[in-house]
Write a protein that binds this ligand. Structure first.
Ligand code: PPE
Length: 309
């Protein structure tokens, strides 16, 4: 895990990428971040999945919180590539983070320095090694997603994950792998770190972006893949009980990739294992990120270390 970290414009040794305890983000959650995967592909070597879309979302998240990142998208892209190349990792998880650092304390963050970090580490299957094939057991969380006009859900902000962590702890301590959160109106929203899809009679359903979900980049990829495989995909309000009578359910996310759900609240979903639609989508997705077949132009190859400035 101890690879050099890009910190405010340059790569520094892992141990040196530290912050002061009076940094604004520690006190008030004032950070935004991304999660991106670099895959070792058969045909293209190491390649990053949808790098531009992730960095664009980072810049959007920062803008929502009035943080000015002192680097352009192109500079962040180059910095990401440099951090990966210097890590020596063929496959990794990439964590860009922008946060309010030192300045005055007090809620007003406008005078606090905006700091930029890119870290990488090896990260395997997010919801357990068996999960991609066997599926996971989840519960509907007693915690809802935030109400509209409270915390902006289009921003992937550190503070949003206090809500996510409550749902995750609630699930894990109850013996489940993950929690599904409902919107304030009781409609299905998403997992603590994943979007959610439901399959019934061959049609896919997922929550609309207005329902306090993070607009997931894997979600977007799955919508595209599903439509190109001939499935209908609808974004609509889904009542809680639709979970229990679904043919298939699965999570999507950078870390979780496409993870089937085999039970919710002890209701068995479909046959209690990965269903055919989930499997077809996993195959299409892994064909891109593992084999490197890239008809959508979603992969950015990582230059080898010698070629990086
Ligand atoms: N919803 C939430 C709340 C979320 O955190 C993620 C990603 C998604 C949906 C899926 O978005 P996307 O990765 O763009 O498809 N969660 C990240 C953080 C996980 C963590 O534990 O940290 C991730 O998957 O990288």
């Amino acid at each position: 895990m101890e690879h050099p970290i890009w910190f405010n414009g340059k790569l520094v040794p892992y141990e040196e990428a530290t912050v002061h305890v009076l940094s604004h983000a520690l006190h008030y959650g004032s950070s935004v971040f991304e999660g991106i995967r670099c895959y070792k592909t058969e045909q293209k070597g190491s390649a990053v999945f949808r790098l531009r879309e992730h960095l664009r979302r980072l810049i959007d998240s920062a803008k929502i919180y009035r943080m000015e990142i002192p680097y352009s998208l192109e500079e962040l892209e180059a910095a990401t590539m440099e951090t990966i190349a210097r890590s020596g990792l063929e496959a990794c998880y990439i964590r860009p983070l922008v946060f309010r650092g030192m300045g005055s304390l007090g809620v007003n963050p406008l005078k606090n320095r905006v700091e930029t970090v890119i870290a990488v580490w090896a990260w395997g299957a997010y919801l357990g090694a068996e999960a991609l094939e066997q599926g996971v057991d989840v519960k509907v969380s007693s915690w809802n997603r935030m109400a509209p006009n409270t915390f902006p859900s289009l921003a992937k902000a550190g503070g949003n994950y206090l809500n996510a962590a409550l749902a995750k702890m609630d699930a894990v301590l109850g013996g489940y792998t993950e929690g599904i959160m409902l919107s304030v109106d009781g409609f299905i929203a998403e997992g603590s770190g994943e979007n959610l899809f439901l399959v019934r009679d061959g049609t896919l359903y997922t929550a609309p972006v207005g329902l306090a979900i993070l607009p997931g980049i894997t979600r977007d990829a799955v919508v595209t893949l599903a439509r190109d495989l001939g499935y209908t995909v609808e974004e609509k309000l889904i009542p809680r009980e639709a979970l229990y009578i679904a043919d298939e359910l699965f999570f999507t996310g950078t870390a979780a990739e496409i993870t089937p759900i085999r039970s919710v609240d002890h209701y068995t979903i479909g046959e209690g294992r990965r269903g055919p639609v989930t499997k077809a989508l996993q195959e299409a997705f892994f064909d891109i990120v593992h084999r490197g077949n890239d008809p959508y132009g979603w992969l950015t190859p990582v230059p080898v270390a010698e070629n990086v400035a």
